[in-house]
Design a binder for this molecule. Structure first.
Ligand code: RP5
Length: 238
């Protein structure tokens, strides 16, 4: 008898926990020189018709990491993404109906590598330019701005984001990538001097083709140095 009562209370507590923790994913995409974020329009529930980050409830027999991948896939069609856990967002009033803590995940992808297709509880899914984000549900604007700051710190400490460029790229393309992520304007010659000094790039014997302006030299990454820098971490001061 006592055992039954205990079992029931364990089950009840577990269920309560399942209703109190959710997942939200911030997927940054890079496309034609612009930083964007993937948003979904809710097709049901209290936020029907509104836009937010792809996310939702965790199943009972599911890890938080698996839930993040599943939700992202069901809501937007994205698959095989390297998602990193960001942090928990636990403002007591963040969700209007009751106390719900959400765990944030984020990723940075090359937009053209993925097809988006809304599904599950999402009626639509779209990339939005980072400087044109609508009013989002709950605390999703805050989660997004926290993720952006995190990304801006990360690109200064790790050679991350370089996989968003084509295999061969110009120094200007690389500078624009940093400018877009960091939201700042950079000085061309300063950038050139610093990036070349890091010896991360291999200068190719090739130039851009089919461009109306003077064709610029092409570069690619040295994968060994890239790997070493990723492991060691680097400090990219612009
Ligand atoms: O999909 P609904 O039920 O509106 O959202 C509930 C929770 O799922 C998360 O995405 C939200 O941040 C919130 O914590």
């Amino acid at each position: 008898m006592v055992k039954n009562v205990e079992d029931n209370s364990v089950l009840k507590n577990e269920q309560t926990a399942m209703n109190a923790i959710t997942i939200d994913c911030v997927i940054f995409g890079f496309d034609k020189g612009s930083l964007e974020v993937l948003l979904v329009q809710h097709g049901e529930g209290i936020s029907k018709g509104k836009w937010g980050l792809p996310g939702g409830w965790i199943y009972k027999k599911e890890s938080t990491d698996n839930a993040a991948h599943r939700l992202l896939n069901e809501l937007t069609g994205l698959d095989n993404i390297y998602l990193e856990q960001l942090k928990a967002f636990g403002d007591p009033d963040r969700f209007p109906l009751r106390r719900v803590i959400t765990i944030g995940y984020y990723a940075l992808v090359k937009r053209e590598d993925y097809n988006i297709k809304a599904g599950f509880t999402a009626s639509d899914a779209k990339w939005y330019k980072i400087n044109n984000i609508p009013d989002l549900i709950y605390d999703h604007n805050e989660i997004l701005s926290y993720s952006l700051k995190h990304l801006q710190n990360r690109v200064r400490q790790a050679p991350l984001g370089f996989n968003l460029l084509p295999e061969k790229f110009t120094l200007l393309q690389l500078m624009h990538l940093y400018e877009e992520i960091l939201g700042i304007e950079m000085d061309k010659s300063n950038f050139r001097r610093k990036i070349l000094h890091m010896k991360l790039l291999v200068a190719l014997d090739e130039k851009q083709q089919d461009v109306s302006h003077r064709a610029a030299k092409l570069y690619k990454f040295d994968p060994d140095i890239y790997k070493k820098l990723t492991e060691k971490g680097f400090n990219f001061e612009f």
